[in-house]
Design a protein around this ligand. Structure first.
Ligand SMILES: Nc1ncnc2c1ncn2[C@@H]1O[C@H](COP(=O)(O)OP(=O)(O)O)[C@@H](O)[C@H]1O
Ligand SMILES: [Mg+2]
Length: 356
């Protein structure tokens, strides 16, 4: 098996980064075969920093994040690899140990707030309860803390709105309430799984600003999962591009967006409105569809959709899986593509000329 070359795997101290994920695999046995939803994913993240995980729907982003919360425990999922959070390894933890961390040390904002908020309880009481799970606080203290959090996330008249039920909140307000609930215990790692997808553009921007402000205030590490590279460009320090449950490109946002190395990343960039540009601009979706996670195409999993595979000699894209290799002259940028550096630079500059 090819050894993935990454700056992280050279590092032998598991606790050297606040969060360090190594060779994470999450496989689901199904009647149709083994679904390899996450297959050898590694990354690291420091406190106060933000990692953006991007990829089309079905690329393994949510399954990755759920495993950081230990939410596959007790399911049929086969999880392997290591997840080090502040010196503790999570994959080997019991459900009880994980429960103690969840909410307190690591917390998640889900795509759909209604899945996280119970319809029968007031928003305030749910936030207060989330607080009391991890803190010895009276009901009154917890309620005060809930109101304070609602205020922090920009809910007007928080004292009154705390008594409302989730359905009395608008979509954007519910998302804020869920963020308040995720942050009530001041988690050191916050995972936001497509937190803005269902919201209109103005509310999206407000929610992203809010996450950024709160991160500054609390100094937490943030993972933001999205299929929108625009969101990542705006908010993240690092970017991990996933395809078919694997990493295909990883590096600082600066490096990856300045000189993306993988044709899939080029496709993602072309399928979004230009940064700061006209949102109504026509999008160019990547042709074809994401691969089956039971049988990935041989060679490079992206090859059936890649416009550049003929530029690689000997049909290697079809026969040989590209390793993740460091990109010249950058400290942690890695990509898995057989095209030569020169070929990629040529394609990038031709494409830049084309869009001018
Ligand atoms: N419990 C499960 N059993 C089988 N397959 C699953 C399970 N959960 C997720 N998957 C599959 O794993 C793949 C990745 O899913 P997911 O991480 O949700 O993708 P996304 O990148 O859109 O968040 C999908 O093909 C999904 O169908
Ligand atoms: Mg998802």
């Amino acid at each position: 098996m090819a050894i993935e070359l990454s700056p992280q795997s050279v590092d032998v101290n598991p606790a050297s980064s606040f969060l360090e994920v190594r060779d994470l695999r999450v496989h689901f046995p199904t009647e149709d075969g083994l679904v390899k939803s996450v297959d050898g994913v590694s990354f690291s993240l420091e406190k106060g920093k933000t990692l953006g995980i991007v990829g089309e729907s079905g690329s393994g982003k949510s399954v990755t994040s759920l495993s950081l919360l230990g939410l596959h425990k007790g399911s049929r999922a086969r999880v392997s690899g290591e997840v080090w959070l502040d010196g503790e390894e999570l994959v080997g933890m019991t459900e009880a140990q994980m429960r103690a961390l969840r909410g307190q040390k690591v917390s998640m904002i889900f795509q759909d707030p209604l899945s996280a908020l119970h319809p029968f309880f007031t928003v305030g009481s749910q936030i207060a309860e989330a607080y009391r799970v991890h803190h010895k606080a009276s009901k009154k203290e917890a309620h005060e803390r809930a109101v304070e959090m609602l205020k922090r996330v920009g809910i007007p008249q928080p004292e009154r709105r705390a008594k409302d039920y989730p359905h009395q909140f608008s979509g954007g307000m519910r998302q804020r309430a869920m963020i308040a609930m995720s942050l009530v215990c001041d988690p050191e790692l916050l995972i936001a799984d497509e937190p803005t997808t269902a919201l209109d553009v103005t509310v999206q921007a407000q929610i992203l600003d809010l996450i950024r402000d709160l991160q500054e205030e609390f100094g937490s590490a943030v993972i933001i999962i999205t299929h929108d590279l625009g969101v990542v460009a705006e908010i993240s320090d690092d970017i991990l591009v996933m395809y078919g449950g694997r990493r295909i490109e990883y590096g600082s946002v600066h490096d990856v967006l300045k000189a993306p190395e993988h044709p899939y990343t080029w496709g993602l960039l072309q399928s979004m409105p230009h940064l700061g540009g006209d949102v109504s601009q026509r999008l160019n979706p990547i042709p074809g569809s994401p691969p089956s996670l039971i049988n990935l195409p041989s060679g490079c999993a992206f090859n059936p959709r890649c416009a550049f595979k003929d530029q690689v000699a000997d049909g290697r894209c079809l026969s040989e899986r590209p390793e993740l290799l460091p990109v010249l002259d950058s400290d942690k940028h890695i990509a898995a593509c057989h095209l030569t550096g020169d070929a990629k630079a040529e394609i990038r500059s031709a494409s830049a000329r084309g869009t001018k």
